[in-house]
Design a protein around this ligand. Structure first.
Ligand code: MLT
Length: 263
């Protein structure tokens, strides 16, 4: 459903009842990346999945979209939905960068944190150059060249070779991102602060999930978050790449359910 929050329209899926779990998607994706989690986990608890502005069915606004702005959108959504208890927030990749910002400014919203395929660090100089090139590409040629260049890195090499259905599905999800949304999120990620210094201050139970064949996030990124966050556990999923929740949905759901039950 589309919710009007101030001047902003956000598409959200709010399913099930009980302990709330907020799902924040990655770039350039939308809440459809959480379909297996929404369907399965909402039988046991409340699942709230957002389309960030400019992604999926949420209209874009003029950019850039700093991670702080997207985090405030999540906070405003939680308020508008009248969620009456702290949530577990699950951020995937860019959604993880947003989760750090949300925690920094609204720690009381959290009962737990799940960091999936993400990192605490800021972009390197090379990373910023790559973002700049991607922005120029979207401006000149639209979203498709960026989608095509990202696709092989979003899943494990084996998944990319063999699971054409999943690759098609992910392509379809990315195609829903508007050019303005894509450029604005790239600008926001490029400017994002380094969250490494705040890891020691995260004092809710935290689950870090890493896929062995992730080509975007290295195992050392995940280990650094595990070392830095006091009450954290690190789970490693084999035979999956960056989009671990789609490539190994059962395993991912099981790890998340066990973590939530342990809080
Ligand atoms: C994502 O999946 O959100 C992006 O790959 C994150 C990034 O580009 O840093």
């Amino acid at each position: 459903m589309i919710m009007q929050i101030g001047n902003l329209q956000l598409n959200v899926e709010d399913r099930g009842s009980g302990r709330p779990l907020l799902l924040i998607h990655g770039f350039p994706l939308n809440l459809e990346m959480w379909r297996p989690q929404i369907e399965s986990l909402s039988t046991k608890q409340r699942i709230i999945a957002i389309d960030l502005r400019g992604h999926g069915l949420s209209p874009s606004t003029p950019g850039p979209y700093p991670m702080r702005l997207l985090a405030e959108d999540c906070a405003a959504l939680i308020k508008a939905l009248e969620v009456d208890q702290p949530l577990v927030v699950c951020g995937f990749s860019m959604g993880g960068y947003i989760s750090f910002s949300l925690y920094r400014h609204h720690p009381d919203l959290f009962s737990g944190l799940i960091l999936a395929s993400t990192r605490a660090g800021a972009d390197t100089d090379q990373g910023k150059t790559n973002r700049g090139q991607a922005i120029a590409k979207v401006r000149q040629q639209g979203i498709h060249p960026v989608i095509e260049s990202m696709l092989p890195a979003l899943v494990a090499p084996k998944t990319y070779r063999e699971n054409h259905e999943l690759v098609q599905q992910v392509t379809g999800i990315m195609e829903q991102t508007s050019p303005e949304g894509m450029i604005s999120a790239l600008q926001g990620m490029m400017e994002r602060p380094d969250s490494t210094g705040m890891l020691g201050e995260i004092n809710v139970p935290t689950l870090i999930v890493h896929a062995l064949d992730d080509q975007i996030i290295s195992i050392s990124d995940s280990e650094a978050m595990h070392t830095g966050i006091p009450n954290s556990q690190l789970e490693i999923i084999p035979e999956a790449g960056h989009l671990l929740n789609l490539e190994q949905e059962k395993k991912f759901n099981e790890i998340v359910t066990n973590f939530i039950n342990s809080i």
